[in-house]
Design a protein around this ligand. Structure first.
Ligand SMILES: Cc1ncc(COP(=O)(O)O)c(C=O)c1O
Length: 463
């Protein structure tokens, strides 16, 4: 394996200086925000791996295209370039722009859930905005991930797969009339950024359609998913990423996308579908929330950057470098024995918090302790996507912990170099070896909706 395997596939034209802070400064900053790293000011963070959403570096071509933004209210040229790119890469004939992914999730909810008595939307594993959109209509997002996806340590090439058996059993048990739709999240962010195979996408679609259920993709990281299909699934090695994408989308009735991920932009989303009548309803409905059908909450310049970013994000060499960097971080963490979801996924490395801090019980949030420690030790910001983010307070007041308890080291696209990956690996390696230098555990003060972890206050139990 040559070192060029992990070389960044770009050179850097503009730089943004990073700020280093002292341990005393970081402790004060974290205490001030009740130990919740989401609430930190970005200027107090050294390497920011909180999310890969909207944090990409745009290319020289995208920055140049901003000047071409047509800011006309209706019928702007930029919309037609945006629409053409999305139609080309997804094959959907109808596209409604939204300002980001969750606006498209909510549009989906209003289109499909409103006015019905559905109890569920079923998914491989729901992202919080999918769950939030369902909860707005008193529904629950049921995760039907296939079993290998729940085992962080075993190797499986497609740990984001939905279980076809669980899907069929669930539909039979609850009846079609209880279910709003089937959503496949590609890649599966909540489960380690793990991919879904083409065969699984096809099979689950056939089951959904057999029962007359709409089948949609949550396509935030669709091109990273295509890269894994090309690398790992038989029959796709010689296919172009964009052709893989077109085939993948062909199994769905529609898709929503947070373009802030694989579209390599800082803002944007879409809702796409095949049905013309549905499109007209969606465009009209979106008017009240996002705006006219040729801008949908975005400026003309955003639409221009997206039209280019969608092609750059589906370029094989770019994807190889991007996913290679995540793999590189995994390799470095491996040298320290750090337990993380294997194999590494698309958008980051997901550390298994329960295995990382074995002496902190799950109900004391080992993942929150790790996120706080990484910040206190090195100024690195990573996000707990586990017990605190996904636990649910039951009507009787008891807390139901989720099966998985991960801390996500999300890698922004085209932003950090492999030297930054080394710093992250060395910090976590040291914490893994010595245990938490600060905490015996944490308590969570606020329980609310699916997204309460953004604002929760935490109460640490210090060593
Ligand atoms: C899989 C998935 N779906 C939907 C969303 C929501 O997108 P946005 O943050 O643009 O609203 C996200 C955001 O992280 C996501 O990861």
């Amino acid at each position: 394996m040559s070192s060029s395997q992990y070389a960044e596939p770009f050179r850097i034209k503009a730089v943004e200086m990073l700020k280093k802070t002292t341990p005393e400064h970081r402790r004060e900053a974290l205490e001030k925000v009740a130990w919740n790293v989401f609430q930190l000011k970005a200027e107090d963070v050294y390497i920011d791996c909180l999310t890969d959403s909207g944090t990409s570096a745009m290319s020289n071509r995208q920055w140049a295209a901003l000047m071409m933004g047509d800011e006309s209210y209706a019928g702007c040229e930029s919309f037609y370039r945006f629409e053409a790119a999305i139609k080309d890469l997804t094959g959907f004939p109808f596209v409604v722009p939204t300002h980001q992914g969750r606006a498209a999730d909510n549009l989906l909810g209003r289109m499909f859930y409103k006015g019905h008595n559905y109890k569920f939307v079923v998914t491989n594993m729901a992202f919080d905005s999918t769950r939030g959109a369902a909860m707005n209509f008193d529904m629950w997002a049921e995760d039907l991930l296939d079993d290998p996806g729940y085992d962080s340590q075993s190797y499986h090439p497609f740990k984001g797969n939905m279980s076809p058996q669980k899907l069929e059993d669930f539909i039979k048990k609850h009846g079609r009339e209880a279910i709003g739709m089937v959503i496949m999240t590609i890649t599966c962010n909540t489960n380690g950024g793990q991919p879904v195979s083409m065969a699984n996408i096809k099979e689950c679609g056939e089951i959904a359609h057999k029962y007359g259920l709409p089948y949609f993709a949550d396509a935030a990281r669709c091109f990273e998913n295509c890269y894994f299909i090309k690398e790992r699934e038989e029959g796709y090695k010689d296919k172009d990423i964009r052709d893989i994408a077109r085939e993948m989308f062909s199994y769905f009735d529609g898709a929503t996308m947070s373009i802030k991920k694989d579209g390599l932009v800082n803002m944007g989303g879409y809702f796409c579908c095949r049905d013309e009548e549905l499109y007209h309803r969606a465009a009209n409905d979106n008017m009240a929330y996002e705006g006219f059908q040729t801008y949908g909450g975005l400026a003309g310049r955003d639409l221009e950057a997206i039209a280019i970013g969608m092609y750059e994000g589906s370029d094989y060499e770019y994807l190889k470098g991007r996913i290679g960097q995540v793999e590189y971080l995994g390799k470095r963490l491996d040298e320290f024995g750090v337990p993380f979801v294997r194999p590494t996924g698309g958008n980051g490395v997901y550390v298994d918090a329960r295995l990382f801090y074995k002496d902190i019980p799950p109900e004391k949030f080992p993942g929150l302790c790790l996120a706080a420690d990484a910040y206190l030790v090195s100024g690195i910001r990573i996000a707990e996507l586990g017990a605190s983010a996904f636990a649910v307070k039951q009507p009787d007041g008891t807390i139901k912990l989720p099966e998985i308890d991960y801390v996500r080291i999300a890698i922004s696209r085209r932003v950090y170099t492999n030297s930054h990956m080394d710093i992250i690996a060395e910090t976590l390696g040291e914490l893994y070896k010595s245990g938490s230098p600060n905490f015996k555990g944490m308590d969570k003060k606020d329980w609310g909706r699916a997204d309460s972890h953004f604002n929760s206050h935490y109460i640490p139990e210090f060593k």
